[in-house]
Every structure is written in structure tokens, then in C-alpha cells.
Design a protein around this ligand. Structure first.
Ligand code: ATP
Ligand code: MG
Length: 716
């Protein structure tokens, strides 16, 4: 209505407008989910440029993800047009840090064309160093050191800054020495890791007053989204840069602080007013995203936390569906149920792009992927690999592929030295040469080579041993179910042991992924069936057009919104995670509850929570109880349903349809062995035998069938 309001501020409410128009001095916007913090921050950016308070290149604007940066750029572009092109300092902390560091690399002993190494490179480097130092790498694995170094960098600590405790935390007092050596190695390689992008720049800003002054002058305005999840090094960075002009606007929500495990400190937002005295504090209480029941449920839930500032949220939106909390029998039923609900939403006209499934742990995605492939529902996985693309899954599949088809050279090449067996590039080259010369598949050629004297004895023995193992596994594949086979192989090949010893942050998750793979295989009578299924899943990846359901972790969903949100796996041990429960501390459980709050508040219209009565965790069937977070929801804002009563008939009905594991077994299965070439025939002569894939007779044995708890229901 007001004519003097610029378009980018037109839709904003009074406090939002205040945050936009208060351009001088520090501003803190501390407000709950969906209250328009990001919207206000975006408008502020547009305002600064439109009013010529700063050139686009004079604004530093930090978002949490690259996606958020793109969206902000797009939205601002709508208001200020091409001016948005010249906005180099809009991005994540890491992208901005990398850009700055290019300009000043020489100040930390790098050249401006330095490379940024990824985790794999990092681990390889650390491993070398650990070996050189004669440290027992089984006791002190590279991943552990990588994690420590990362943590130190997040805290802004250089090697000399490490105290006694940090130093002792690796290899009985070698922390500092290894950290120093690692930084030196990186320098020699003209490289830096992710943590360095921030730490190097912090060092420069601290040590080079000229450079600091230059940036303090350049950045007339600083804007930061999701401030509650900044870590120490990011915080120190911002404080230095903003110290001169103090035109810094940060927005965040203490209830959405979910990255403390990566060094984020919610205290940063709580002490903003101390760091920047006289800060204007803007509170937003009107939520524009969600319906009343969703908002009330989320507010009721987060109320159970003791460590919070406490905020009231309200919405003008009338009506809206209550949340649904659905209890199902097991994980496959959970995926089936979500699939059905999504199909119903589609019939009602919903766009798949407006539907999200938010999980606590990556391994949960597999069940949904398989189900959606089966019913032909398009989906995308954001942040993290699709299940079958993860490194450990690809490794496991490669073993299975070599067992099923010894001529699968690519698979063999992937795992001949994984876990590490001390076979190097030279050995591989020899194997390739021999394979080319004889026309044999790589595996068979390697076996021959192992018997010859062309390889050093140690390598020959190792390869010979590995090939004998493959023969043994091929025999087992005749006797065992595919899932049992996988478990045996991963035990016998040393892979499980490798993961166990890693003790890294994600090694438990990777073990869990492998267990999940075994679980997936239980539905397939033969290895061939399963591998075929996997190829189809992988293929589906490439068909990339059209609307899609989004599957992602709750962590990755921060700041996003969807009309319809599904939250599966709300069971004790899944969510809250077993780790949070075991730690037992208030802090970790309250962080899990904040995550639940983030998850529910992603929903604009409908939110469906699911929990299963049985789930396989670490290969074991466990009966699970609904998450304590379900109890936290105010009764009047959700409807509970369960499919458990009458579960038997329901289950049986579904079983006879699409989940019959035997339905996959086609009588007219082509015999793949006939496609083998003459090279293979020769391989036979070396004793590396081929066997027919097992066919329909290998229906799951009665025994393994009865081991499944749901068969009880079917009978009962
Ligand atoms: P989160 O804490 O989840 O990051 P947020 O506070 O950043 O949430 P936004 O994403 O900015 O919230 O806004 C939530 C929704 O409300 C968006 O769809 C946005 O377009 C809309 N919105 C924001 N402000 C207003 C307003 N004043 N009037 C109408 N709609 C608004
Ligand atoms: Mg936001």
C-alpha cells in the first residue's frame, strides 16, 4: 500500500523491514524457523545495492550452502538486475575463503594456483607420514588424525597453538608434530585442505595488518545466514573483518543449531551483542511457512529442550492438517507406505518437487531408493551419494561382481588392492600386460601370473591367495544366500576389519551401509538377480528429467522448505541416534531434538512421521520403540495410526503382490554363461572354474525365511 516502499521490501513485515532498513551498525536477527530471516537478509542485500550504499563487490554475504548462494543471487537479481553479476563475495565460507586465499597465497607459503585436496588425497598423505614415522597405523589410523586436524582447524588452532590435551590426543603425544609435518607437506605440494581455506586466511588477517585493513575497507557490509552454525574459525574471521565498520548483519536461530559435531558453536550467536555492543536486535515471530498444526507441533517439541532462549511463533494461516504419525511393521513397509502416500499426493495434484523425505542417517535412503525404482517414482538424492554409489558399497559390489562374473575386469581392478594388500601400480600393469597377451580376463590372467615367476614372490603369493579366496567364495555362492555370502566375503577379505580399525567419524556409518546392503540382498534369491537389480538402479540415475521427490538428510535440509515432508525412522536408536543415546548427555540429545525441530519446520502443509516396529541394525533384527520425540509432540496436533493390527493380512496381501521375492525369478532367464568368449574358455583351463548361476530352486530356504520376524505375523 505504501508507495515509498521499494519492491524488495513490499512483502516484508515491520520487524523484517527494520532489519532491512537499519543499514548502519550491527544487526542481529534471532528468530524461529520460517519467520523470513533469509527473506529479510536477501532483501537487505538488494536494498544495499539498490540504494547505492555499496557496490555489489563491496558486500560480503555468507550462506550455508552453494545452493543457498545461488538462490539468493537469483532473488536479488530480480530486484537489481545485472548488478548482481558483480557479486564475487556471495557464497559459502569455504568458497569465499578459497577466493581470498588465491590473492594472498604467497603470504602462507603457497602459490596462487594451489590445489585443494579432497579427503582421499588427504588420507593418503597422512598415511604415508604415519608410516614414515613408524607409528602403528592400526592403533592410530589416518582417519583419526585427519579428524583431529580438521577439528583443530575449525577451532582456529595452528600447530604451535595446540595444548597438552590436543597433543596427547594422537599417538601419545605426537599430535603437534604430525600436524606440523602435515602442514609442511601440503606446502611442499602447493596444496591445502578444506580446513586450510579458512585457517590460512585467518592467519593472514591476523598477521598482516595491511591485508586486514584492505578487506575491512572493502567490505562495507557483511551479511551472514545461519549464524548459529558458525564455528570458531569462521567466527574469528567475521569478527576481524567487521571490526572496522561494524556493519554486520547476522541471522539465525539457536533452536536450529545442529552442527556442533562439526565444531559449530551456538554461543557465537548468543554473544553477538557482547561482541558488537549497541547491536540492533530484531525478533521475528510470525511464521509464514507452515500451517498452525505443524508450527504448534514443532514448538511443543522444542519446548522439551532446557537449553534455549525460548521464542514464540505464530501464524495467520488458518486450518491445515494435523501431523500424522504412522507406525508400521518394518522398514520395507515404511518405504511402501511412503510410496503410496506420495502417489496419492500426486493424484491430488501435488508436484513431486514439493515432496521431501528427510532421514537421520544416510543408510536409511536405500529402502526408499529401491522402492521408488520399483514403482517408477522419480527421486533425487541431495548431499551425499545415492546409496549404490558410495565407495564402500561399490567395493562390496565389485567383490560380488567378480564372484558372479570373473571376467568383470573393472570390478576386479577396483578391489584387487582394496583393502590394501600391498599390490601396487606396477603389479597391476603386469597383470594388464598378461591379460592383453593371453586374451584372458584380468582375474584369470592374474591367477596365471601368480603361478609364473614374472612377479616378485610377495606379490605373487598375495595374488594367488586372493584368487584362491575367490574360488572359495564362488563355491560358497552355491550354498549360501546372497546376503550370507556378502557377509562372509566382507569378513574374510578383511574389509570389515579395515573399517573397524578406522575408528573414524564415518566408519560406523560405512559398516552400517554394508549391513544395509546385505539386508537389501535378502529379497533376491540369487546373486545374479541382485546384481541385475543394482544395474537397473544405477541406470535410473541417468534418466534425469522432470519432477522428482527429494531424499536427503535432515542436516542438509536446513533453510529449505517443501509442501509435503516425510520423516521416516523415528525410533529410538535411529532418531535420536544410538550414538546420542549412548553418550547420554543432555547436550547430544538436545541437539538431536533441535534436528527434529529443523525437520518438522521444513514442512509447509503436510508432515508425516513414521516409525517401524522392527528394523535391521548392524545385521540384526531389533524391535524398536517409537522415538521419544514422538512423545514430545503435543497430542492435539497429530493423529496416530498404526498398520500393526491386522498386520498379518495386510502383510500377506502386499507380499503376494510385488514383494514376493520369487516374482523376480523369470523362468526364461537367459544363460549369461553362454556369452563368455574364448578367453574365458582358456581361463577355465587354469582351474578357475565357472559355474551356472543358481536359478529358481534357490528360493529362500525355509530356515532363513522363518528367521524373519514378520513371518510370525503372517502365520499368526
Ligand atoms: P529457516 O529458519 O528455516 O531458515 P527463515 O526464517 O529463513 O527460515 P525464510 O525461508 O526466509 O524463513 O521464509 C520462509 C517462507 O516465508 C518463505 O517461503 C518466504 O518466502 C516466506 N516469507 C518470508 N517473509 C514473508 C512475509 N513478510 N510475507 C509473506 N511471506 C514471507
Ligand atoms: Mg533461512
Amino acid at each position: 500500500a505504501q508507495q515509498d516502499v521499494p519492491p524488495y521490501a513490499a512483502m516484508l513485515n515491520a520487524p523484517q523491514r527494520e532489519a532491512v532498513l537499519t543499514t548502519d551498525g550491527p544487526v542481529l536477527m534471532l528468530a524461529g524457523a520460517g519467520t523470513g530471516k533469509t527473506a529479510a537478509l536477501t532483501a537487505r542485500l538488494a536494498h544495499l545495492v539498490a540504494m547505492r550504499l555499496a557496490w555489489p563487490s563491496e558486500i560480503l554475504c555468507v550462506t550455508f550452502t552453494n545452493k543457498a548462494a545461488r538462490e539468493m543471487r537469483e532473488r536479488v537479481g530480480r530486484h537489481i538486475g545485472d548488478a548482481v553479476e558483480g557479486m564475487p563475495w556471495l557464497g559459502t565460507f569455504h568458497s569465499i575463503g578459497a577466493k581470498m586465499l588465491r590473492r594472498h597465497a604467497e603470504l602462507v607459503g603457497l602459490q596462487s594456483n594451489y590445489t585443494i585436496i579432497d579427503t582421499d588425497d588427504q588420507l593418503r598423505l597422512l598415511k604415508q607420514m604415519i608410516r614414515d614415522k613408524d607409528i602403528d597405523e592400526k592403533r592410530w589410523p589416518p582417519r583419526q588424525l585427519a579428524g583431529l586436524i580438521d577439528r583443530w582447524k575449525n577451532r582456529g588452532l595452528n600447530p604451535p597453538d595446540l595444548g597438552e590435551v590436543e597433543n596427547e590426543s594422537y599417538a601419545n603425544g605426537l599430535g603437534q608434530e604430525m600436524y606440523t609435518a602435515y602442514q609442511d607437506r601440503l606446502k611442499a605440494l602447493n596444496a591445502c585442505d578444506f580446513g586450510d581455506l579458512l585457517l590460512h586466511m585467518l592467519n593472514i588477517l591476523r598477521r598482516e595488518p595491511e591485508v586486514l585493513k584492505q578487506y575491512q575497507k572493502r567490505f562495507k557490509y557483511i551479511l551472514v545466514d545461519e549464524y548459529q552454525d558458525t564455528n570458531q574459525v569462521q567466527y574469528l574471521w567475521l569478527r576481524l573483518l567487521a571490526q572496522e565498520r561494524k556493519n554486520i548483519c547476522v541471522v539465525g536461530d539457536d533452536d536450529q543449531s545442529i552442527y556442533s559435531w562439526r565444531g559449530a558453536e551456538v554461543a557465537n550467536i548468543l554473544k553477538f551483542e557482547k561482541d558488537f555492543p549497541g547491536a540492533k536486535v530484531v525478533k521475528l515471530e510470525q511464521n509464514y511457512r507452515s500451517t498452525k498444526p505443524i508450527l504448534a507441533a514443532a514448538s511443543g517439541l522444542i519446548d522439551a529442550n532446557s537449553q534455549r532462549l525460548g521464542k514464540e511463533l505464530w501464524t495467520e494461516q488458518e486450518g491445515g492438517d494435523k501431523l500424522r504419525v504412522i507406525g508400521v511393521w518394518d522398514a520395507p513397509e515404511e518405504a511402501r507406505r511412503v510410496g503410496e502416500e506420495i502417489e496419492r499426493l500426486e493424484r491430488e495434484g501435488a508436484s513431486l518437487d514439493e515432496i521431501a523425505i528427510l532421514v537421520r542417517a544416510q543408510y536409511q535412503t536405500r529402502e526408499f531408493e529401491d522402492r521408488f525404482i520399483q514403482i517408477g517414482l522419480n527421486y533425487r538424492i541431495i548431499g551425499g551419494f545415492r546409496f549404490y554409489e558410495r565407495a564402500e558399497i561399490r567395493d562390496a559390489l565389485a567383490y560380488l561382481r567378480v564372484i558372479a562374473q570373473p571376467q568383470d575386469d573393472l570390478a576386479f581392478e577396483r578391489i584387487y588392492n582394496q583393502p590394501k594388500r600391498g599390490l601396487g601400480a606396477k603389479t597391476l600393469e603386469k597383470m594388464h600386460q598378461h591379460a592383453r597377451a593371453t586374451g584372458l580376463p584380468l582375474a584369470a590372467a592374474s591367477l596365471q601370473l601368480a603361478d609364473s615367476d614374472e612377479l616378485p614372490k610377495r606379490a605373487a603369493n598375495t595374488i594367488g591367495g586372493l584368487m584362491r579366496q575367490f574360488l572359495h567364495w564362488r563355491e560358497l555362492s552355491e550354498q549360501m544366500s546372497p546376503a550370507e555370502l556378502l557377509r562372509t566375503v566382507m569378513d574374510e577379505n578383511g574389509y570389515n576389519e579395515m573399517l573397524e580399525k578406522e575408528k573414524s567419524a564415518d566408519s560406523a556409518g560405512r559398516q552400517e551401509n554394508i549391513s544395509e546392503l546385505a539386508r537389501a540382498m535378502e529379497e533376491y534369491p540369487t546373486l545374479g538377480d541382485f546384481l541385475e537389480h543394482v544395474s537397473l538402479v544405477m541406470e535410473n540415475d541417468r534418466a534425469n528429467e522432470g519432477e522428482k521427490v527429494t531424499i536427503m538428510t535432515m542436516h542438509a535440509a536446513k533453510g529449505l522448505e517443501f509442501d509435503n515432508v516425510f520423516l521416516p525412522g523415528w525410533e529410538e536408536g535411529v532418531f535420536p541416534s544410538q550414538r546420542a543415546i549412548d553418550e547420554g548427555g543432555l547436550a547430544s540429545l538436545e541437539e538431536e531434538r533441535r534436528l527434529a525441530y529443523v525437520a518438522i519446520t521444513r514442512a509447509k502443509r503436510k508432515c508425516t512421521i513414521l516409525h517401524a516396529a522392527n528394523r535391521r541394525i548392524y545385521g540384526q533384527w531389533t524391535s524398536s520403540i517409537p522415538s521419544r520425540f514422538v512423545d514430545d509432540l503435543p497430542d492435539e496436533h497429530y493423529d496416530a495410526e498404526t498398520t500393526m493390527s491386522g498386520g498379518a493380512s495386510l502383510w500377506r496381501a502386499n507380499w503376494s503382490e510385488s514383494d514376493d521375492p520369487f516374482a523376480h525369478v523369470s523362468a526364461a532367464r537367459p544363460d549369461k554363461s553362454s556369452a563368455r568368449g574364448p578367453g574365458w574358455q582358456r581361463a577355465l583351463a587354469t582351474g578357475y572354474e565357472t559355474k551356472q548361476p543358481r536359478i529358481a530352486e534357490s528360493r529362500r530356504s525355509a530356515a532363513s525365511f522363518a528367521a524373519k520376524p514378520r513371518s510370525d505375523v503372517a502365520v499368526g
